[in-house]
Ligand binder design. Structure first.
Ligand SMILES: [Zn+2]
Length: 324
């Protein structure tokens, strides 16, 4: 179990110890934090007929780990990615059958915000009159997409975003590499699993290489067109290219606010670049961030967003050097 899931699991276990579990729980966790993994662990503990520990080998837990549990129904969602009314109805009717070992039934609905309105309304009736000895666990990373009536009938347990230090430790452990992973953590939006992915597929290294080139533009060892080509060829996606500029502008704002170099995401290893960026006009930095946010919202094909980005113009702003 990931360290950042443990406080939320503890809340569950304490309610269970005191026989105060509600009939319906909503696990809220940002994407990539493992909200579903946590919900599955809660289900195992609910159905456990032993001591509910991590290592429990009671027949319920053993079965659960090997092949799933007949008293747990897990909704998977259709091919379109949504959860339809039929699937919810099947889940509910499974809940109403007698449990196999007299220890209740669990219905697990991962990413419950995928439910269609009809599906959510079907579930609502069950939330109003839940079967005895049952537990419904919903998870979501987008709580605003759930009906208020669902929210008001479930007890919320939130997974909090881990801090930088915890994330660094996690990525180091997962990759077996003892390096600084701030770049990967930032571009993943603090998603631990995504950060590990960026460490593994070399995207983080490409960011560092791009920063190296950007720093080189100042000293004359590389050029703006060279870096623009590198960004387009290696970072490829709009979101990643936006993240590159966003990270630098964010550092510029931090420097403007008086932050020390250890607080910077991208520019700590490049004092000359940091000093240059810290001299940017704060209004143009804010404007730049706003434009990047707008760009991320726009759905566009590759060509138009690259043109919209005007990479060279951005680089000229950052370095004070032009295309020549
Ligand atoms: Zn057990």
């Amino acid at each position: 179990m990931h360290s950042w899931l443990i406080p939320a699991l503890r809340v569950f276990s304490e309610m269970q110890e005191r026989n105060r579990l509600p009939h319906a729980l909503l696990v809220t966790a940002a994407a990539g934090l493992g909200g579903t993994e946590l919900a599955v662990e809660m289900a195992r503990r609910f159905l456990c007929v032993g001591d509910r520990s991590d290592e429990c080998t009671c027949h319920s837990c053993s079965m659960f780990r090997v092949s799933g549990h007949p008293d747990m129904t897990r909704i998977s969602g259709g091919q379109t990615g949504t959860i339809g009314i039929d699937e919810i109805r099947q889940g509910i009717s499974a809940m109403e059958k007698t449990s196999t070992n007299d220890h209740g039934k669990v219905l697990l609905i991962p990413e419950a915000d995928r439910m269609t309105e009809a599906a959510a309304n079907a579930l609502l009736k069950t939330l109003e009159e839940p079967p005895a000895e049952s537990l419904i666990i919903l998870t979501t990373g987008n709580i605003r997409n759930l009906l208020p009536t669902i929210l008001s009938r479930t007890m919320k347990i939130s997974v909090l975003m881990p801090g930088i230090k915890e994330l660094q430790e996690f990525v180091r452990k997962e990759t077996g590499r003892e390096q600084d992973f701030r770049v990967e953590i930032f571009i993943s939006g603090h998603s631990p699993l995504k950060a590990v992915e960026y460490a593994g597929n070399g995207i983080g290294d490409k960011f560092r290489q791009a920063l190296e080139l950007l720093n080189g533009v100042l000293s004359g060892s590389s050029s703006v067109p060279e870096l623009a080509d590198y960004l387009l060829a290696e970072l490829e996606s709009r979101d990643l290219i936006c993240s590159f500029f966003y990270g630098i502008l964010r550092d510029a704002m931090l420097l403007e606010a008086g932050a020390g170099s250890q607080d910077l995401v991208f520019l700590e290893p490049y004092p000359e670049l940091a000093s240059r960026v810290s001299e940017l006009d704060p209004d143009s930095v804010l404007q730049g961030i706003k434009r990047l946010n707008d760009l991320k919202m726009v759905r566009s094909n590759q060509f138009s967003y690259i043109r919209g980005l005007q990479i060279s113009a951005w680089l000229e702003l950052l370095t004070g050097k032009n295309r020549g």
